[in-house]
Ligand binder design. Structure first.
Ligand SMILES: [Zn+2]
Length: 338
């Protein structure tokens, strides 16, 4: 009996160690490598989640109001605090990837993505962050993007953040870029959904609320039937439009970036429950939209794992299987991630 207990204890401890050492793999379809000062001098807080979205008396500059919120965390139910330096941000994000066995689709400037990839080759999947500004700043027009993707160094074309420029994917000006992704069979993720609150008053003067709707992707999908596209942020909060799109376009996927940690949990759960309840559990992918807050990854994964309405297999689909299918990972690649 004593021996049996000893053996059982051994297995329990070994199992526990095993779980700590080798958690099941997770794919984060929405991870960023950006300068830590991109939103203003750090440290900055973000609600994880927010308790409420603060009101603004229009006599005040909302950019300033929101900056003060990010300093004080006054609107947050619980705050997480940004890294202080670029090095710390890189170190802590990579530490999180390793600790929780996350494979991150990482986008930022090419230089920064390359730097992080060198520091952590295994857990990073290179992606191209893009908007029309990058035609100049990164010299990434349709021709140079085509050449870049052909090298195989960058695997995913996301985040495409043209919503901030008042442009949607079905606009003719974006057509050459859709063609590059379709021709070369590069998975593409387009931002449809929330930016920061009050985005038009925080530098994105052409951002519009109506562009949260994933219906803006419709003509692009019709013109490019072979395109592998995912709607980032799952088009929050336009749930009916999102469901109509997923139903009409069986090739379309979504990620849960940012909504899985910043919006009040009741709303995130209601949104996710509606998507799953409508039958789309096979096309929802985990994404953190980690920007300068490395803890966002842990919070968002825990929120999915703790969702009371999801089964164990639905959680695995969202955290890994759906993205593995969308990215067409091979059995060998999947095995190497375990
Ligand atoms: Zn986004």
């Amino acid at each position: 009996m004593k021996k049996l207990i000893l053996i059982l204890t051994f297995f329990t401890v070994a199992n526990a160690i095993g779980q700590v050492k080798h958690p099941l793999p997770i794919i984060d379809m929405h991870l960023h490598a950006i300068p830590v000062a991109d939103f203003g001098p750090p440290p900055l807080k973000i609600g994880a989640p927010f308790k409420y979205w603060g009101p603004n008396d229009p006599q005040n500059d909302f950019g300033e109001v929101y900056f003060n919120e990010q300093k004080s965390g006054a609107w947050d139910k619980r705050s997480i605090t940004s890294a202080l330096t670029d090095d710390q941000l890189e170190r802590e994000t990579i530490a999180m990837l390793r600790k929780r066995n996350i494979y991150g689709v990482l986008s930022g400037s090419m230089e920064r993505v390359r730097k992080w990839k060198t520091a952590e080759p295994k857990h990073i999947i290179n992606a191209v962050y893009w908007n029309f500004r990058h035609v100049k700043s990164e010299k990434l027009d349709a021709d140079s993007l085509r050449r870049l993707f052909k090298t195989g160094e960058f695997k995913v074309f996301s985040e495409v953040a043209i919503q901030y420029e008042g442009i949607v994917a079905s606009d003719s000006i974006f057509e050459p870029y859709l063609k590059v992704a379709e021709d070369l069979d590069i998975p593409m993720g387009i931002h449809v959904g929330p930016g920061p609150p009050g985005a038009p008053f925080q530098g994105a003067s052409k951002y519009r609320a109506r562009m949260h709707s994933p219906l803006v992707l419709e003509e692009a999908l019709i013109r490019h039937p072979k395109l592998r596209l995912y709607a980032m942020h799952a088009g929050w909060p336009m749930i009916d439009d999102m469901i109509a799109m997923l139903y009409t376009y069986p090739q379309l996927y979504v990620d849960l970036g940012v909504i899985d940690y910043i919006i009040p949990k009741k709303e995130f759960y209601a949104y996710l429950k509606r998507l799953v309840g409508a039958g789309f559990e096979k096309r929802i992918m985990y994404g953190s939209d980690q920007m300068i807050w490395p803890k966002a990854m842990g919070v968002s994964i825990d929120n999915i794992n703790n969702a009371p309405f999801l089964s164990k297999s639905e959680k695995r689909d969202i955290l890994f299987n759906n993205a593995a299918r969308f990215l067409r990972l091979t059995d060998k690649q999947i095995k190497e991630m375990q």
